[in-house]
Design a protein around this ligand. Structure first.
Ligand code: GCU
Length: 608
């Protein structure tokens, strides 16, 4: 930098933004909001009788829907009137929360549940706008507000929002939400998974009031080409977004710059930044960042770091790093069911820190935003993925659009999270021409939306030249990813644990390798010989032998064993051992650490 004349380049150009009606703005975490969490009345509707008439025609496609349409929240006009439902006399469900873990009768339920919340709302300012925000809802969600259909969201793990400004009234607002968690062949995920299909409004619901023209989205990070520069973009939303002044300030870096937006309401900037303290697991430095216009002040906490690969190494801030990871499902270690709270995130990621991790694989779908914000603060690097899992309907264009939209929504939500270093496209998907085309398109889309992070996918290994003891990765997608990741279960699904000692690896790619899964089931408290399946000793022995086997891989740059905590799955029905739990956790669902936990902890302590 010495001697260099750095000018602050304020290039305001048209930054094309492919907005969708579902994603209007991000950083909900730091916006003023009114929570709609709490108890909502609900109606279980397996025949979707509140949605279709007896000719199976959707009420919300009709000019004058029958009063029996649940989204009208109809009440009898007189004592002879026929209305066959009444939300206000129904039981209630806690929102956020899945219905399976709240109601015994809904434990296995897959179908439609209608939710209803009534509330009053007085806008703070006359010309402000009001939006309805959902953190997530699984799987197909149709939202009706005061009788108007706001929209439909597909996908169970990403946020969505709708503007309600014109429909809002001071009293008696009726928000009615139809949630259908039926699994579908064309879905993302598809019919077949190894996790519980938790249905419902599983994350927070908020009302967010903003100025008429708001700071909608922004991306602020170290320049990929010159880490002494901070670059990014800001996007306003609203009628007066053009030619508007937006001030970006990062006080600790003595940055305060006013930008002026283009006709499209966007701005791109590149600012000199001296003496930036980089974010890292050892020093998870977050800077206070402010974006303000005349009407609004939005804050965030952002870490600055670089992530790239060089041959078989992963470089964080230019230094080679080994990813000491663990895979995690989004289940609450506190209440069971879908995790969704700050406390859930603190407990799960606290477990990971106690294991000596610097990395977590958030499997197999985007987790709630608390997970990545707590990872930012704790110094845990993050792998995020979408549920393109196993046998997806590769030839279905709507399935592709669904996958791409879910990826777009999580990238938009987490674009400013330093902890997120990897976007994963898929898990254990069978190779085929249509699958390769599908994944290659997803990879290209991801790079176009966020060139700053690495891409990967959990691939599978196979015999090399028919030799059952030499394994290789022969998957075309291995040439596309930045990090070559694969799952392997030698000693659990593939032979005995002793087989680990016979295995050789034939991996030719000059890329970092992550073992995205290995593991064994163990019932906590069950003890016996180390060759006795389901004992803690078996799991412990598998970890010992597997880690030795994997250390033979020259390009090994990380592992994220399967997994942190036992989790619910309808596939796991062995009485007295599984009882609907997948037992590969290093910690039981009751919080008890198994013996293998300490094998992995010790491995990480001795891994530089
Ligand atoms: C697979 C899959 C996981 C599954 C695990 C298991 O690798 O990716 O979702 O739970 O194996 O069989 O336990």
């Amino acid at each position: 930098m010495i001697g260099r004349i750095i000018t602050t380049l304020l290039i305001c150009s048209i930054v094309a933004k492919a907005g969708t009606q579902d994603r209007l703005f991000t950083n909900v975490y730091n916006r003023e909001s009114v929570s709609l969490d709490g108890y909502w009345n609900y109606i279980v509707d397996p025949y979707e009788n509140g949605y279709y008439n007896y000719r199976y025609e959707a009420f919300d496609q009709q000019e004058h829907p029958w009063a029996s349409a649940f989204f009208l929240n109809s009440k009898p006009k007189d004592k002879s009137d026929l209305i066959e439902y009444d939300f206000d006399k129904m039981d209630s469900l806690q929102v956020p929360g899945d219905w399976n873990s709240q109601k015994e009768k809904l434990f296995y339920y897959e179908g439609t549940v209608w939710y209803k919340k009534s509330f009053e709302y007085n806008k703070a300012q006359g010309n402000n706008r009001v939006f309805l925000y959902f953190g997530a809802s699984n799987y197909k969600t149709e939202v009706y507000f005061n009788g108007h259909k706001l929209g439909t969201h597909i996908g169970g793990f990403t946020p969505f929002q709708y503007e309600v400004t014109t429909h809002l009234r001071p009293q008696e607002n009726h928000l009615i939400v139809k949630v259908d968690n039926k699994r579908l062949k064309e879905g993302v995920p598809t019919l077949n998974t190894d996790w519980w299909n938790y249905g419902g409004i599983t994350r927070e619901v908020k009302l967010i009031e903003t100025p008429a023209t708001l700071i909608a989205n922004y991306n602020i990070q170290l320049s990929k080409s010159d880490s002494s520069l901070i670059e990014g973009s800001v996007e306003l939303n609203g009628n007066k977004r053009a030619g508007k002044n937006v001030t970006l300030s990062i006080p600790e870096l003595k940055i305060k710059k006013t930008l002026t937006t283009t006709a499209a309401g966007t701005c791109v900037f590149e600012l000199a930044a001296n003496n930036v303290a980089y974010w890292s697991p050892d020093s998870p430095k977050l800077y206070h960042v402010e974006l303000s216009t005349k009407e609004e002040r939005l804050v965030d906490s952002i870490g600055f770091r670089t992530i790239e690969t060089a041959g078989p190494e992963i470089l964080l801030n230019g230094q080679a790093v080994f990813l000491k990871g663990i895979s995690i499902h989004e289940e609450s270690p506190i209440n069971g069911g879908r995790a969704n709270s700050l406390e859930d995130a603190q407990q799960l990621l606290g477990y990971a820190k106690s294991l000596g991790c610097n990395f977590v694989r958030l499997a197999h779908y985007p987790h709630n935003e608390y997970m990545v914000r707590v990872a930012d603060r704790l110094g845990l690097m993050v792998w995020e993925e979408i549920p393109v899992y196993w046998t997806i309907d590769w030839d279905n264009s709507e399935t592709y659009q669904n996958a791409q939209k879910q990826l777009s929504e999580v990238i938009s939500r987490d674009i400013n999270r330093a902890s997120v270093i990897i976007w994963s496209m898929a898990n254990e998907t069978p190779t085929s021409d249509s699958r390769n085309i599908f994944l290659n398109k997803l990879a290209a889309f991801t790079k176009s939306k966020d060139a700053s992070r690495l891409i990967s996918a959990a691939l599978e290994q196979k015999d090399y030249k028919e030799d059952p003891f030499t394994r290789t990765i022969s998957d075309p997608f291995a040439d596309i990813v930045d990090i070559l990741s694969f799952n392997q279960y030698i000693g659990w699904y593939d032979g005995t644990i002793e087989k680990c000692r016979k295995i050789k690896w034939h991996i030719t790619q000059d890329k970092p390798v992550i073992i995205s899964e290995f593991g064994a089931g163990a019932k906590d408290g069950l003890h016996g010989a180390k060759d006795e399946r389901w004992t803690e000793e078996y799991q412990e022995y598998l970890y010992e032998e597997t880690l030795k086997m994997l250390d033979q891989i020259d390009q090994l740059s990380g592992v994220s064993p399967w997994l942190l905590v036992d989790f619910k799955s309808p596939r796991r029905v062995l009485p007295e051992i599984q009882d609907n739990y997948n037992r590969k956790g290093l910690i039981s669902e009751k919080g008890d650490r198994k013996k293998a936990f300490y094998i992995l902890k010790n491995y990480y302590e001795n891994k530089d």
